[in-house]
Design a protein around this ligand. Structure first.
Ligand SMILES: C[S@@+](CC[C@H](N)C(=O)[O-])C[C@H]1O[C@@H](n2cnc3c(N)ncnc32)[C@H](O)[C@@H]1O
Length: 219
């Protein structure tokens, strides 16, 4: 999800100065996934867009599921964690990219949880994707550390959530974090400082047209 999309879809939020939060500056722009590669879960993305249009909820679907699939294909993570299930689109993309993985995904909206479970079953991925119903902060405390890949796609990430995700990741594990541009104030400054700390994170090419950062956890 990117800010343009939020604006386009009439999401009401205040425009803040995020110039200090330009995580993509100086990083080679990764062209998003090859447009010619078909997306096996495009129908789930469409269902999610339709659902959001009808309900005006926060289920903004990710623009670049194929880039997630590609990252999972490259790294073959065994344990994947997602924050922000929506209707299950990105959980499917990640699970598909790494066939031996198990995906834990977290969502607090019960209707989304039920629709996601339905979509995931239809994609034959129900055996490998577990949808946890609850808020990020509560569910994260119940999970065992040792994730190889963590993907944040909730609304704006908080510093505390980023630190919880860091705790759950293995050293060398991948953090894919969207929607940083929606954070503001002290939270944004704290996040920018943490994520730019080279002793904690190694930065990779971003995805989703530069809107979603990709980092490797260091020691
Ligand atoms: C951007 S949507 C996820 C879209 C999904 N990843 C996709 O690409 O289709 C964010 C989802 O996170 C959920 N969410 C937002 N804040 C949350 C929180 N604090 N705890 C749990 N779920 C949350 C919303 O209900 C929404 O369904």
């Amino acid at each position: 999800m990117n800010k343009k999309k939020l604006d386009d879809e009439s999401f009401h939020h205040h425009d803040h100065d995020h110039s200090h939060l330009d995580f993509t500056r100086g990083i080679a722009m990764n062209s998003d996934a090859d447009e010619s590669t078909p997306d096996p879960f495009a129908h789930v993305q469409s269902v999610t867009r339709q659902h959001r249009k009808e309900h005006g909820c926060g289920a903004f679907t990710f623009d670049d599921g194929r880039a997630l699939t590609r990252l999972a294909q490259e790294r073959q993570p065994k344990r994947i964690l997602e924050l922000g299930t929506g209707l299950g689109y990105t959980a499917c993309c990640l699970a598909y990219g790494s066939p031996d993985s198990r995906v834990d995904t977290i969502e607090f909206d019960l209707e989304h949880v039920e629709l996601a479970r339905e979509q995931i079953e239809k994609c034959d991925l129900g055996g490998r994707i577990i949808v946890h119903h609850g808020t990020f902060d509560i569910v994260l405390k119940t999970l065992q550390p040792g994730y190889d890949l963590v993907f944040f796609d909730g609304l704006e990430p908080t510093f505390e959530t980023v630190m919880q995700m860091r705790e759950l990741l293995v050293e060398g594990g991948l953090l894919i974090c969207g929607n940083l541009q929606l954070s503001s104030g002290t939270e944004a400054t704290q996040l920018a400082t943490e994520l730019a700390d080279a002793s904690h994170w190694k930065s990779c090419d971003p995805i989703e047209n530069g809107h979603t950062i990709v980092l490797i956890k260091q020691n």
